[in-house]
Ligand binder design. Structure first.
Ligand code: PLP
Ligand code: COI
Length: 339
């Protein structure tokens, strides 16, 4: 195997044009057989609904190199199901779970040398993408669709990995109360570019979105869900129809409840009730678990455990999650798919 000449221990979260990606096209009511290709450019009509009206959705998941050198995916069926929900919301065709998971396996297998070595902490990030193509100029569903999955080796999304970062509440919303916040559509991310940039410019890792109706409760962090830990061992995470249902978050709810005997709660996280949290974190595929040092709320900086150190419960949850993902700790049934 040719090992690419990369500094695996110090990868950022950046695009890289790998040798192979999967592509499948939908036309006349059905998907074609799908194939791997070396072409990293999509050729689409200038009147594609994805380009003008944002009729598209995407996913993010990772492949992990285990200690014995084998490679595995973490809960890819859940990403397939979430993309199906996104497709329903935007009237796009489903990619069935079997096709989705098989395509992930093909992309990883074709780029296997690019799966970072065990112990580097890095992973191969997969980006499945479903877009409406073909020519339409009125606002209606596209006549054709492309489903593609490309991949790249990545390190931590938020600086330092398991090091606390600080965040600031956003004045803008990424989604509306009855909008597309719970779906992984590009439009939510387009709406987040300015608030994200403003947060970075002010020296924060990202922004914290508040509930769009009242701006009094925490919804989520830029590209991740929020969780807080209370002194009496509760794991609390926001419940809202406008946040992305994070697969990492649901995995942590399971781990916290079933493995660590914590009380798990999905509910409101009011800004004026943050004192009850002794630790807090951002969780997601790209973010993994990124401890939150504190949140700037107007003139007030609310500190959680520490801006320098990681709290003990966050550390315990991180070790269990990452241990499962890299195959060091037994996974709950069905969570791991070998490539
Ligand atoms: N919230 C947003 C806005 C995201 O972009 C992501 C990333 O996918 C998440 C939460 C975390 O979701 P998951 O754990 O499924 O990656
Ligand atoms: C992911 O975690 O997979 C995401 O899509 C988040 C994104 C902000 C990179």
């Amino acid at each position: 195997m040719t090992i690419p000449d990369l500094d695996w221990n110090n990868l950022g979260f950046e695009y890289r044009d790998l040798p192979f990606r999967y592509i499948s096209k939908w036309k006349d009511g059905k998907w074609d057989a799908g194939t791997l290709t070396e072409d990293s450019t999509l050729h689409v009509s200038e009147a594609s609904a994805a380009l003008h009206y944002g009729q598209q959705g995407f996913e993010g998941l990772k492949a992990y190199r285990t200690k014995d050198g084998s490679v595995q995916l973490f809960r890819p069926d859940k990403n397939a199901e979430r993309l199906q929900k996104t497709a329903d919301r935007l009237i796009m065709p489903h990619v069935e779970t079997e096709q989705f998971v098989e395509a992930c396996r093909q992309v990883v297998a074709a780029n296997i040398d690019w799966v970072p070595p065990y112990g580097s902490g890095a992973t191969l990030y997969l980006r499945p993408l479903l877009i409406g193509v073909g020519s339409v100029i009125g606002v209606r569903p596209a006549p054709e669709y492309i489903f593609t999955i490309f991949a790249m080796p990545v390190g931590p999304y938020y600086k330092g990995g398991l090091k606390p970062n600080n965040y600031i509440t956003a004045e803008f919303d990424r989604a509306a109360p009855h909008g597309t916040g719970a779906n992984k559509v590009g439009g939510n991310y387009a709406a987040s570019i300015l608030p994200g940039q403003l947060a970075h410019d002010a020296g924060f890792a990202d922004c914290v979105y508040l509930d769009p109706a009242t701006h009094t409760k925490i919804e989520e962090i830029g590209g991740a869900n929020f969780f807080g830990i209370t002194a009496d061992n509760q794991f609390i995470t926001p419940l809202s129809p406008s946040i992305l249902p994070s697969i990492t978050k649901y995995s942590l709810l399971h781990i916290a409840g079933e493995r660590f005997g914590m009380e798990t709660i999905e509910g409101d996280v009011p800004l004026d009730g943050l004192d009850k949290f002794v630790e807090a974190g951002a969780c997601g595929t790209a973010a993994v678990i990124s401890p939150i040092g504190g949140i700037q709320i107007g003139d007030n900086f609310h500190k959680f455990y520490s801006t320098e150190e990681v709290g003990p419960v966050t550390t315990k949850l991180y070790n269990e999650l990452v241990g499962i993902q890299f195959g060091d700790i037994e996974a709950p049934e069905g969570w791991i798919v070998k490539v």
